[in-house]
Design a protein around this ligand. Structure first.
Ligand code: G
Ligand code: G
Ligand code: MN
Ligand code: NA
Length: 254
């Protein structure tokens, strides 16, 4: 049975899961929010990562109903945690290209917010640089509508695409996330150090929150902290966690 044919029935069979990775403030380690990361619990293959099925889901269109499931599940989890008395944290969801240009995107997000009663200001959507550069006028419209709804916007994998600084200013985004590929060798590579410092400077001058992704060790963390990166995400903080583990690890520790 091919991955593609079992992917089609995975949604009906309730095989998708969301994991939640904390984002932490560099200055004090406080959790500021989380990113929802999709996983497929395949009955035979076990946990399948998005890289193996998102491109397929984009091709066959399943990404649209799957995306709706992600919006709804993430919003519901956010509300549930607050009903359980945990502090309000932002939750970020990833959009892929086909979702971003889908004519029903805004309605789908509005519906998820309405059905769950989630505060829109706690929702952030992550889009990549390459997605925003396709059609600038359309991008500006979509981002303005999200802003009007109160939803935050992050540019994901920042530094790997080609958005110009003037575009970034026009988009009125809230956050840029430095791609993990810059962080990986940051301790040894002067080039990656320079690029990372430049991205942080861009973010600061535009008044954006700058988040470093893929931070795995204390040397990487220290470099970023010394250079005034705002927040970080990565195994050095936490790996992506199930909802149950998130509550245990983040709120109930010591
Ligand atoms: O969790 P992981 O590092 O394997 O994610 C790999 C890629 O999959 C990332 O680029 C991420 O943006 C994407 N991704 C993760 N969850 C979702 C999701 O719910 N929807 C979409 N469209 N992409 C996702
Ligand atoms: O493209 P995007 O940033 O949405 O994807 C984030 C991906 O990075 C997720 O698949 C997540 O599982 C993965 N990830 C999270 N923390 C780390 C880390 O510290 N190191 C590495 N290599 N990957 C990470
Ligand atoms: Mn992301
Ligand atoms: Na990324």
């Amino acid at each position: 049975l091919s991955l593609e044919s079992s992917l089609r029935s995975a949604l009906e069979h309730n095989e998708f899961r969301l994991y939640y990775q904390p984002k932490r403030r560099m200055s004090n380690g406080e959790v500021t929010g989380m990113e929802a990361l999709l996983r497929w619990e395949h009955p035979e293959l076990g946990l399948v990562l998005p890289m193996q099925f998102i491109p397929l889901a984009e091709e066959n269109g399943l990404i649209i109903p799957l995306g709706r499931w992600v919006f709804k599940t993430a919003c519901q989890q956010n509300v549930t945690w607050q009903q359980q008395g945990y502090p309000p944290l932002t939750i970020a969801i990833n959009l892929s290209a086909r979702q971003f240009i889908d004519e029903h995107l805004l309605d789908d997000i509005k519906l998820a917010l309405k059905e769950t009663g989630m505060d829109p200001r706690l929702l952030e959507v992550e889009i990549t640089e390459s997605m925003v550069m396709r059609d600038l006028q359309q991008t500006i419209q979509i981002l303005q509508s999200l802003k009007q709804m109160g939803v935050r916007v992050a540019i994901d994998d920042f530094g790997t695409g080609y958005s110009s600084l003037s575009n970034l200013k026009q988009f009125s985004v809230d956050t840029i996330k430095i791609d993990g590929s810059f962080i990986q060798d940051i301790v040894r590579s002067q080039e990656d150090q320079g690029l990372t410092e430049a991205i942080i400077a861009v973010g600061r001058s535009l008044g954006l929150t700058v988040v470093a992704e893929g931070v795995e060790n204390s040397d990487q963390f220290e470099f970023l902290r010394r250079h005034f990166c705002d927040e970080f995400q990565g195994f050095y903080g936490n790996e992506p966690l199930t909802a149950e583990d998130f509550a245990q690890v983040v709120w109930k520790q010591a």
